[in-house]
Write a protein that binds this ligand. Structure first.
Ligand code: AP5
Ligand code: MG
Ligand code: ZN
Length: 208
């Protein structure tokens, strides 16, 4: 069985950046509720569309995301889970459906998060992340990996970023405390370079 890795962190902490590398290195699935929801933004659910929540920086209802995660994990031989669980009720649900080999918290200060998110650019085709200052593509506006167009996410405006950070503080910090209390949380300094962060995560996963 492949490794089952949970990567926790605030919006902009680098979950997507590191998950992509982990999935390639360990040959596991990258399971990310954010990307899954973005690919189905206008899907009608009994609560409304994902878009109606995401544009405001609010959480999409648990029933919708729980179903996405359960289906994705059922098909995966090992995974890195990114963007879930985001509140205690999702954490309880996760405990019911799977065991975890490693629980990692990417720690980054709030002032740094705002700059990372407002400067982020994402490839429209393959989803690779870049940053106007910290992680520039070779050619402005063009993806290094696939040549696709780099765009800004709808929820990366300063106002929505502030809302996402407050939703994180209220709903997701208790999830981090929950895993800390269980004694399984390993904290990684997310303010190092992406390569250094990756090395730290890798040593945690290799020991797991
Ligand atoms: P989601 O897509 O999960 O967004 P998020 O959690 O806000 O996190 P981000 O994707 O913005 O950041 P990241 O940690 O992946 O950082 P990244 O690697 O890109 O969720 C979006 C929305 O969907 C939510 O608001 C909600 O509405 C909904 N949703 C999703 N999951 C849900 C759930 N479980 N329940 C309910 N609703 C849900 O890096 C950020 C930037 O920093 C990039 O530009 C990158 O190049 C740069 N960077 C990365 N690492 C470094 C580094 N070490 N140094 C300098 N720069 C770096
Ligand atoms: Mg992400
Ligand atoms: Zn690309």
């Amino acid at each position: 069985m492949g490794k089952r890795i949970l990567l926790l962190g605030a919006p902009g902490a680098g979950k997507g950046t590191q998950s992509k590398r982990l999935a390639e290195t360990y040959g596991v699935e990258h399971v990310t509720t954010g990307d899954a929801l973005r690919a189905n933004k206008d899907m009608e659910t009994e609560y409304g569309t994902p878009r109606s929540f995401m544009e405001k920086g609010e959480l999409v209802p648990d029933a919708v995301v729980n179903e996405i995660v359960e289906a994705a994990l059922a098909d995966a031989d090992g995974y890195v889970l990114d963007g879930y669980p985001r509140n205690l009720s999702q954490a309880e649900y996760l405990t019911e459906i799977t065991d975890l080999d490693a629980v990692i918290y990417l720690k980054v200060a709030e002032s740094e998060l705002v700059e990372r998110l407002t400067g982020r650019r994402v490839c429209d085709d393959c989803g690779t992340n870049f940053h106007v200052k910290f992680n520039q593509p070779e050619e402005e506006g063009v993806c290094d990996d696939c040549g696709g167009e780099l765009v800004q996410r709808d929820d990366d405006t300063e106002e929505t970023v502030r809302e996402r950070l407050s939703v994180f503080e209220e709903n997701t910090e208790p999830v981090i405390e929950h895993y800390r209390d269980e004694g399984v949380l390993v904290e990684v300094d997310g303010e190092q370079t992406p390569d250094e962060v990756f090395e730290d995560i890798r040593s945690v996963v290799d020991d797991a």
